[in-house]
Design a protein around this ligand. Structure first.
Ligand SMILES: CC(=O)SCCNC(=O)CCNC(=O)[C@H](O)C(C)(C)COP(=O)(O)OP(=O)(O)OC[C@H]1O[C@@H](n2cnc3c(N)ncnc32)[C@H](O)[C@@H]1OP(=O)(O)O
Length: 418
């Protein structure tokens, strides 16, 4: 085994992309050999300066990449995020501090660039808290037992003057990006999608590493004819022994700009003949879907888990970027062993705006950066974190006061994985 300091952690050169992909495949337990098509595809979007490799001699044993992302804060302002992905350390080299070194390099560069936060989707819960990340949004998937739901099976379209139309991939590439942009600007926790996202999801770009089945696409048009919702779903065609259809529809993507669009699209997918189960895909944890069914118990939670993790890199920018429905002040003592942005800050917030400034006043709450990451998008409760011993109330009632300022009426949600 090579000594720790013999491992070189650095941005890769362009000609090291194939070796980096081999290490990435190894870390994600995929067949390690690298196809030329994968090198060609990844070369279109990897930013070598933000693609780190850990090298033991000539062999890559650690991978890590980041890219620029827009993350919507509470109130709709997008902040610059350092999005982290493709994190692996080869099993022969694990638990020797390689991830810690790659993370430190990347976060320092993000701080230097002026990014407000860093984001990631964690493969396993225990990995990232130590680096100042906190679970900031959650996701839930429901499986709907359609016959039990109590919907009128004769239903044949929205009853609000709108309509549902099936469209193809070309239409989706034309209308989807703008629709998603409109959603993203109003949805705390949402991130931007680039053109490649739409190409992969509509089969224009097929990847060797993942299979693709062409979905059905449906759009909802409101009474004025405006497209206000988009649904992509696949169906596996299964029949029971008694010659009864038993198909499962799987929702791959749903963008609904209005509750009417949401209602119409869920009702539509639950009304497709032969479909007896609908898997909703990962949705917001407070999604309306169960309560759009006459019997909400027909929607059973299949998955419920943390989703987007956030690491605040600039406390002032993060707290000033979001909006607040309440009025009040809060002094936070933030503990950041990485030395990126710890300290004491005073937040003065009201519906008219917020200011955040370093202060020497005594703090109401003390917490690590990860806890701020969990509170910032409004999903977590300071009272709950105090009960768990993860936030310390320096004054009685400080947790409730923080909740009154920071929590939101609807939960944040990140519809995408990266
Ligand atoms: C955003 C994404 O890409 S998510 C994908 C993450 N990647 C994977 O899950 C692929 C499989 N796993 C791996 O490749 C590696 O185990 C990694 C990348 C998760 C960790 O890499 P390592 O180099 O082993 O981490 P490192 O040695 O820096 O560990 C730092 C600390 O985190 C802990 N840690 C690391 N991974 C885990 C884990 N999966 N579960 C619990 N603790 C962990 C280590 O024990 C260590 O703790 P210590 O400081 O108290 O000793």
């Amino acid at each position: 085994m090579s000594p720790r300091n013999a491992i070189d952690v650095r941005p890769i050169a362009e000609d090291e992309i194939p070796e980096w992909i081999r290490a990435l495949n190894t870390g994600f337990l995929r067949p390690p050999s690298v196809k030329e098509s994968e090198v060609a595809d990844r070369s279109t979007y990897l930013v070598p300066a933000r693609t780190l490799g850990a090298f033991d001699g000539g062999r890559c044993v650690g991978t890590f990449r980041s890219f620029p992302q827009q993350l919507t804060a509470v109130g709709g302002t997008a902040v610059a995020a350092d999005a982290i992905s493709n994190v692996t350390v080869t099993s022969t080299h694990r638990r020797r501090g390689i991830l810690t070194r790659m993370m430190a390099q990347d976060l320092a560069a993000a701080k230097e660039r002026g990014d407000t936060v860093a984001t990631l989707i964690a493969a396993e819960y225990p990995i990232y808290g130590r680096y100042g990340f906190g679970a900031a949004t959650a996701a839930a998937e429901w499986t709907i037992d359609v016959p039990r739901a109590g919907l009128d099976r004769r239903w044949a379209g929205p009853d609000d003057g709108g309509r549902i139309d099936l469209v193809d991939g070309d239409d989706v590439r034309r209308t989807g990006p703008e629709l998603h942009e409109r959603l993203r600007r109003t949805l705390p926790g949402a991130i931007d999608r680039d053109e490649r996202w739409w190409q992969v999801r509509t089969g224009v770009l097929t990847l060797d590493r993942s299979s693709w089945t062409e979905p059905f696409y449906a759009v909802y048009r409101d009474a004025r004819g405006e497209v206000e919702g988009l649904l992509a779903y696949t169906v596996d065609d299964q029949w029971g022994d008694a010659k009864q259809p038993n198909d499962t529809a799987r929702v791959k993507d749903m963008i609904a700009l209005t509750p009417a669009a949401e209602r119409a699209l869920w009702r539509y997918v639950c009304s497709v003949d032969w479909v007896t189960k609908v898997r909703t895909g990962w949705r917001a944890p407070d999604d309306l879907v169960p309560h759009l069914l006459p019997d909400p118990r027909a929607a059973r939670i299949t998955t419920q888990a943390d989703w987007l993790w956030v690491r605040v890199l600039d406390v002032v920018a993060a707290l000033e970027a979001r909006t607040y429905t309440g009025t009040g002040s809060l002094v936070l003592e933030l503990v950041d062993p990485a030395g990126l942005c710890g300290g004491r800050y005073r937040l003065d917030a009201s519906p008219q705006g917020a200011t955040c400034t370093p202060t020497t006043e005594s703090a109401a709450l003390t917490m690590d950066m990860g806890e701020l990451g969990s509170l910032w998008l409004g999903d977590e409760s300071a009272v709950r974190l105090a009960a768990l011993g993860r936030v310390r109330e320096e004054r009685a009632g400080a947790g409730s006061a923080a909740d009154a300022l920071l929590r939101t009426s609807r939960r944040p949600w990140c519809p995408d994985i990266f």
